[in-house]
Design a protein around this ligand. Sequence first.
Ligand SMILES: N[C@@H](CCC(=O)N[C@@H](CS)C(=O)NCC(=O)O)C(=O)O
Length: 225
Amino acid sequence: MEDKPKITYLRGRAFVEVSRLIFAAKDIEIEEEYTTTKAHFEKLRADGKLMFMQLPLIEIDGMCLVESHAQENYLGWKYDMLGTTKEERGHILMLYEGARSFHDVAQPARWIVFQPEEKWSSFAKEATEKARKRYLPPYEKTLAENGTGFLVGDSVTIADCALFNILSYLDEMACYDNVLNDYPHCKAFVGKFSELPGVKKYLDSPRRFPPPDVAYGKEALAVLF
Ligand SMILES: N[C@@H](CCC(=O)N[C@@H](CS)C(=O)NCC(=O)O)C(=O)O
């Protein structure tokens, strides 16, 4: 029997959440180990498990796989979440990369972990404006045109997992000013994706971390730097 895949990461979503969502969408059981001390992080580095000395780590198929992007692509390939034709693959990769870029500019750890609290609301406002200007309209249009509740085709792909990752912050956190109410297909997507059986199980479990807060930021900085 194959070993269960194992994720090693901090106690937060950040760089590994899309992989967690991919496993959840496919209802694949995994193990998780949380790095909560600098000593544990240094031990992983000393053991040679982190090729570029960074987390997250996914141990799968006899490999120590690092780099979140490679991890998500590998899982997409392994679990058939990259479409069935080359045109579908092209669209999925474009929408997946767009969702990663959307995450880079709008996800809340950018200010919650790295900025003083008095600046948080202006960062959140700027992130919401970027979301409205560049990212939410094309995802709204793509979901409306595809009409299946998924971005491409009629089953879940890595693009859906990456989109859910960023949209769930916009949906959960008051600082984004209920922006999804103006994008009904994106809002409905969050609801439908959350109801996929494996995803629902994951979201209802203690393994799903809340959005970052001050305590998470402190722990992450103490482990990493
Ligand atoms: N390009 C990497 C970046 C990963 C990354 O920045 N990891 C952070 C933790 S979230 C880290 O290990 N930082 C410690 C360091 O860079 O020394 C990826 O996408 O996986």
